[in-house]
Write a protein that binds this ligand. Structure first.
Ligand SMILES: CC(C)(COP(=O)(O)OP(=O)(O)OC[C@H]1O[C@@H](n2cnc3c(N)ncnc32)[C@H](O)[C@@H]1OP(=O)(O)O)[C@@H](O)C(=O)NCCC(=O)NCCS
Length: 285
């Protein structure tokens, strides 16, 4: 079998079950609503590879102004090493470039990194996924976000300070997914951080968690840990953000996996990891 007998086409909502069947054995945390959000945000930019009528590989894209993001890159273990991942990456990169992205970014697993390096991606920094336990805690200075337009503007300003680009539509959709963990932190009345959690298969994801200082991040984390009830909770923090690592240890989080943030392009749109306590997840930064 060669990769030429494989068809690469746009992903459809009817492919979601097959995509979940591919990713679940790898312990990826995404659920149906995540795939629906990927397709909702970028219906022309999510791809599958099909062999004999069966989905054997996936990838998704998202666009944040000049930055394109690639996620959910996986090939069925039986069909690896045939060039399928490379073909899907080409489809995703050319979609993003055609849509105006000047930089393409992703969070690579150790298995994905060699593929991305061959395609010219360069590393920015490492991230660590940490997993902990939901439980009741007090959270000072935190209040819920309920879709208020003014508050969304403040959330977006903090996010832009961290990511250098507008991720508004993705953040707005995330806030609807788990409203109990859509919250802001205020210090002396000023919004200085936010968290927009989401449900997952294995654990609740307490991020994006973006804050201008460690105290705000800690309050937001306590809020999320509490909202999770007795479920497991997780987030990915940039290793250069030592305050994020310290807060994870303080609340008993254990390291689970590592990623490398990478970019392809002339203008890297580098993040400010000091403000990023929890990324939005490997599949969307
Ligand atoms: C990473 C993954 C998607 C690669 O898919 P694939 O279909 O096997 O990749 P390809 O066959 O297209 O490989 C493309 C190139 O990358 C290289 N490559 C891919 N995975 C590699 C690895 N783990 N180590 C070294 N090289 C690798 C191939 O040798 C090939 O190089 P070449 O084109 O110069 O010959 C697949 O291994 C996978 O699904 N892994 C588990 C999920 C995962 O971690 N995904 C990455 C998420 S960021």
């Amino acid at each position: 079998m060669t990769s030429t007998s494989v068809i690469v086409r746009r992903m459809q909502p009817t492919d979601i079950d097959a995509a979940l069947a591919l990713t679940r054995p790898q312990n990826w945390n995404q659920i149906v609503t995540d795939w629906e959000r990927f397709l909702g945000l970028e219906p022309e930019g999510c791809f599958v590879a099909v062999l004999d009528g069966r989905v054997v590989a996936t990838t998704t894209t998202e666009r944040f102004g000049p930055v394109g993001w690639i996620g959910m890159v996986t090939t069925d273990p039986q069909h690896r090493g045939l060039g399928i991942g490379r073909r899907l990456m080409h489809a995703a990169i050319s979609h993003l470039r055609g849509a105006g992205a000047r930089t393409v970014k992703l969070d690579a697993t150790p298995m994905g990194k060699p593929l991305y390096e061959r395609l010219g991606f360069r590393p920015e920094y490492s991230l660590q996924r940490v997993v902990g336990q939901g439980r009741p805690l007090e959270a000072d200075g935190v209040s819920p976000y309920r879709g208020e337009t003014d508050l969304l503007e403040e959330i977006l300003a903090i996010d832009r300070a961290a990511y250098g680009t507008n991720r508004g539509e993705m953040l707005r959709r995330l806030a609807e997914g788990w409203p109990e963990v859509a919250a802001v932190h205020r210090t002396s009345g000023q919004v200085d951080g936010f968290v927009l959690g989401r449900h997952g298969h294995f654990y609740e994801h307490l991020a994006p968690l973006v804050a201008l200082n460690a105290q705000a991040a800690e309050g937001l984390l306590r809020w999320g840990i509490t909202a999770a009830g007795h479920r497991k909770v997780a987030f990915d923090h940039p290793l250069p953000n030592q305050a994020a690592a310290a807060v994870a240890v303080r609340y008993g989080f254990e390291p689970a996996r590592e990623f490398t943030r990478m970019h392809l392009g002339q203008e890297p749109y580098l993040d400010r990891p000091g403000f990023i306590f929890g990324t939005s997840g490997a599949e969307k930064g």
